[in-house]
Design a binder for this molecule. Structure first.
Ligand code: PMP
Ligand code: GLN
Length: 381
């Protein structure tokens, strides 16, 4: 068999988690919490898992009652017209499936997809599997802001899609209303669509607000907006996300979704629909995660030689290690895992050409005692 992705190895998140397990290291590499979902949610799932009638296929686009709640939440949170549950919302197997379904639905061979780098590791390979051509535009260090002149220069008549991710993995950078307005102007009168990965929408710190592309009308009309209940409810293993898009775009996503997974786990969707009406479960997240960021950043700053970059959103802290080692970031991340017992992700994994900026990514979605224990292991460096 001739591989369709010959240059692609196993995802860095699997690689580092496996190495962490082998070494007994504290896993601050792969992004997932080491605490459980809210009790009300787990109890709801337990209930629905034994409710007769909730054990068979859900409707292909998602349970109506869950799509209804997503619609209400979106309108309330972002002050936008409620997306129509029947024609504008699709429940997917995590944001991962939504990303894949959107790319498969819209990217044709030879189409260009503009990707701001560093970028989540799925984007490039998923674009290439459709025959698309990822066009990479670098974000500016150290704040990982987009340079809109570079974006403008990279747009061509073949640009099918612009891929956004805010709050950003791995940097936490957050797009502003001005950014979205600028992009809206750049795309005016073009057929270019937008795929906006907003899975960390509830993790923005220091009083800043997440801006959804849904709030920029020039973008909303051409956008697929993705989120993930895995992030919002500390339930990455449940693999439920969703895609909001105008009716014609949603119809195309569903053409793919129906043949990728058909539908998402029924009892899980019921449980999520039960808890979605409670805003406290997500409005508490900025404070919850900011406390973790500040705790971990404070420990690293006071007791280690890492140099921290700003971490305005998501649940990741980037750090330079040049005062500790001159190794490349992959070698350093592996040695840190093996010798210090703390697993991290080398940031070169987020660049298509494995560009090395001497940066590693720590995930701080961990219990305070985990963060304290990890920082303690990093003191000796
Ligand atoms: N996009 C980004 C930027 C992510 O960080 C993740 C999760 N790691 C995903 C998408 C995938 O989300 P899910 O787990 O819901 O499939
Ligand atoms: N999004 C998570 C991260 O960035 C990992 C998800 C995965 O392992 N696929 O670490």
């Amino acid at each position: 068999l001739v591989s369709k992705l010959p240059d692609v190895g196993t995802s860095i998140f699997s690689v580092m988690s496996q190495l962490a397990a082998e070494c007994g290291a504290i896993n601050l590499a792969q992004g997932f919490p080491d605490y459980d979902p809210p009790r009300v949610l787990s109890e709801a799932l337990a209930r629905h898992a034994t409710t007769p009638g909730h054990q068979q296929y859900a409707p292909m686009p998602g349970l109506p009652r869950l799509r209804e709640q997503i619609s209400l939440k979106t309108a309330r949170l972002y002050g936008v017209p409620a997306p129509h549950p029947d024609s504008e919302i699709t429940v997917t197997s995590g944001a991962t499936e939504a990303l894949y379904a959107v790319l498969a639905a819209v990217v044709r061979p030879g189409d260009e997809v503009l990707v701001l780098e560093p970028a989540y590791d799925l984007y490039g390979p998923a674009i290439r599997l459709q025959g698309g051509v990822p066009v990479y535009v670098p974000l500016r260090l150290p704040d990982f802001r987009p340079d809109w002149d570079l974006v403008a220069a990279a747009l061509t008549p073949r640009t099918r899609l612009v891929l956004l991710n805010s709050p950003h993995n791995p940097s936490g950078a957050v797009l502003t209303a001005d950014d979205l307005r600028t992009l809206g102007q750049l795309l005016d009168n073009t057929p270019t669509l937008v795929l906006s990965d907003e899975v960390y929408e509830h993790m923005v710190f220091d009083g800043q607000q997440h801006r959804s592309v849904l709030q920029e009308p020039a973008l909303a009309e051409r956008s697929f907006v993705l989120s993930s209940f895995g992030k919002t409810y500390h339930a990455t293993g449940w693999k439920v996300g969703y895609c909001i898009a105008p009716p014609l775009l949603t119809a195309e996503v569903r053409r793919v979704h129906q043949f990728v997974t058909f539908a998402v786990s029924t009892p899980t969707q019921h449980a999520l629909a039960d808890v979605l009406p409670d805003p406290e479960l997500y409005t508490s997240l900025p404070e919850f995660y900011q406390q973790k960021r500040d705790l971990f950043a404070g420990l690293l700053r006071d007791h280690t030689r890492f140099e921290l970059l700003p971490a305005p959103g998501a649940y990741f802290q980037l750090a330079r290690y040049h005062r500790i080692s001159s190794e490349d970031d992959v070698t350093f991340a592996q040695r840190l895992t093996r010798e210090a017992g703390v697993a991290v992700v080398p940031v070169s994994a987020f660049y298509h050409d494995r560009r090395d900026h001497g940066l590693v990514r720590f995930c701080f979605a961990k219990r305070d005692e985990t963060l304290i224990a990890a920082a303690d292991r990093l003191r000796q460096l």
